[in-house]
Design a protein around this ligand. Structure first.
Ligand SMILES: *Cc1c(COP(=O)(O)O)cnc(C)c1O
Length: 376
């Protein structure tokens, strides 16, 4: 990542967490209900008892760091975010290791990206300390909600939005930052299954100078119709091309993409400003280079991939992001082509990288790059 690494030491973490006033709920979820939710978590449907929150006022900056009861927000109908979508978010996970400790993966990278997204959306930057402190304070308060099942985790969703009630078009003078958490099970229940991808030639998710490299809800809103179009063509996900030439691969609605060739090279679209720089993407670039592969970040013509699938020189294709980690792609289709990726089964390097990354995250493999941070 093009970020300044901020290594938060455990003692420092105590100080950051202490800034948060814990206002615990007086109606916590009963133990048996929580255990039932943890036993069969469905992505993003059940949330923990609390949320982290910090408010921002133009005149006084960030104030009132707190952990409070999870619950609905009361918003004036004129609240700016509802009209002009001044909003950003992050996605991370807390992992329980075998000894019971709870860790997260490269939170400094998410914090730095959150600050870059804030800048692009004219929102106030949250410091790395407040970002990591809020997550640690929430995870400690709701530690009992961190699942221990295989490939389970506590999904963390930090977000920030314009909370000022006004209809003028200018950056809001009132902003709320929150972090909510949801226990999640294995993304692929019943084993990793390759997905099919539709390449959209009619729609784009982001253009030059736009918000493609910021993690904002608006990008997702723009991806929903093309996603529906992909499903109408019998595909699971949509892949976008660059806006200028409509010929280069960019990414999926919420995942970056990688291609493995038969000459032992691994390729991913270079960051042009309209692609979101995934933490998973940057970690995989590192792991694949460690394995001795020739790693190339460049503009990748769709045409090269389509002919490579036809002649067998493209051996593997996968997508990556925090939620699903690594997702093998088994089929690539568009208006003029429809090819399986090799035999349609998950690729060897795809699965090896997936295992290596999840082993680091769950504490089953040595963390050579110092990516893990203990939260509780
Ligand atoms: C979040 C996101 C990704 C993946 O980022 P990670 O940090 O790896 O989770 C990729 N593309 C888009 C558009 C995203 O919003």
């Amino acid at each position: 990542m093009t970020t300044t690494s901020h290594n938060v030491l455990p003692e420092e973490l105590e100080d950051l967490v202490a800034l948060f006033d814990v206002r615990g709920t007086d109606t916590p979820t009963p133990d048996d209900e929580r255990e039932a939710a943890l036993a069969a978590p469905r992505f993003g449907t059940v949330f923990t008892d609390h949320m982290a929150r910090i408010s921002w006022r133009h005149d006084s900056g960030w104030l009132d760091r707190r952990i409070e009861k999870y619950g609905p927000l009361q918003l004036d109908p004129a609240t700016a975010v509802l009209h002009y979508a001044q909003e950003i978010f992050e996605g991370m996970k807390a992992y329980r290791h075998e000894d019971g400790s709870v860790w997260t993966f490269r939170p400094d990278a998410n914090a730095a990206r959150f600050a870059r997204s804030a800048h692009r959306l004219a929102l106030p930057p949250l410091t790395v300390d407040d970002f990591i402190g809020s997550i640690a304070a929430l995870v400690r308060t709701d530690e009992a909600w961190v699942p221990s099942g295989a490939d389970s985790s506590l999904y963390l969703r930090p977000f920030m939005f314009a909370s000022e009630a006004f209809l003028g078009v200018r950056p809001a003078a009132q902003v709320e930052y929150l972090c909510i958490a949801s226990p999640v099970g294995p993304y692929f229940a019943g084993g990793v299954k390759p997905v099919s991808i539709w390449v959209s030639e009619d729609y784009h998710r982001a253009g030059p100078g736009g918000t493609g490299d910021a993690k904002c809800g608006g990008n997702y809103a723009a991806s929903l119709l093309p996603q529906t179009e992909a499903q109408q063509h019998g595909c699971d996900q949509v892949c976008f091309l660059d806006t200028t030439t409509n010929t280069y691969l960019e990414e999926l609605g919420g995942m970056n993409v990688f291609v493995v060739k038969d000459d032992g090279s691994v390729h991913t679209p270079e960051l042009t400003g309209s692609i979101l720089e995934g933490v998973t993407r940057s970690s995989i670039l590192r792991l694949v280079a460690d394995r001795g592969y020739d790693v190339v970040e460049r503009r990748i013509p769709l045409e090269e991939i389509v002919s490579g699938l036809a002649d067998g020189s493209v051996r593997e294709f996968f997508a990556c992001g925090t939620a699903a980690v690594v997702t093998p792609v088994g089929r690539l289709a568009g208006s003029t082509f429809d090819h399986p990726v090799a035999d349609g089964e998950p690729g060897e390097l795809t699965m090896a990288v997936r295992t290596e990354l999840t082993d680091i995250q769950y504490g089953r493999a040595e963390d050579k790059h110092g990516w893990m941070r203990r939260l509780a």
